[in-house]
Design a protein around this ligand. Sequence first.
Ligand code: BGC
Length: 260
Amino acid sequence: MKIDLKGKRALVTGGSSGIGSAIATALAAAGADVAITYLTHPKSADAIVRSIKKRRGKALAIKADVSDPESVTAMFTKIDEEWGGVDILINNAGMDGKRALSWETNFEDWRKVLQVNLFGAFYCASEALKRMVVQKSGVILGISSVHEEIAWSGYSAYTASKAAVGMMTRTLAQEAAPHGIRVLALAPGAIKTPINRSVWDSPKMLKDLLRKIPLNRMGKPEEIARMVVVLVSDVSAYITGRTIFVDGGMTDFPDFAHGG
Ligand code: BGC
């Protein structure tokens, strides 16, 4: 089985670091043209674009804030100008937010997480779908989280945003299917990236985390990226409207290996 994304124009939001940069690199390796958006890491965005171009791929970095609809429209206009449209959208930009119990949370912080993780994903999906419906093809994949299902104290905005991403995915998939478009989500577990550095940097916290993962290790960004390539390719032509969990078994609730 060979996956070839040649000629496909992909957009990866938040593609300058963590899981996003691994996805951008993997899509390019599979032959796609890749545009990444960045907000805070211009240097790493440039480095990814350069490394893709070095291997003769087409790449583009665009500064954009997905939580701002005007910025999202501007970034799609830029891609239209450069490449004439988009075939694959990876809604990856996201944030955990500050840990705070709900009765201690600052509302502005709470709102921001929803604005990036949910509203941002919707703005991008809506712009992408406008184009995909006309061309009658396309794939949208949202990066969700195991916290689409697993409650997480101190992160009510994050868990709420990811649960919402799951249902938004299913609804958009229903709307888009008659137009030849698939809409999916992928829910990573604990993947070793800057977002959770405070956990894997501390032996005590890491030990606690590993107890929550049946495969007993954190995931690698590349393990998410290669599933993304599979899911957006025609190998997965019959999958839509679902969240696929790539989590080392985290949602298998390993604490139930005993007792109950
Ligand atoms: C979060 C990580 C966390 C993981 C497992 C992810 O969605 O972004 O910070 O380590 O879930 O809890």
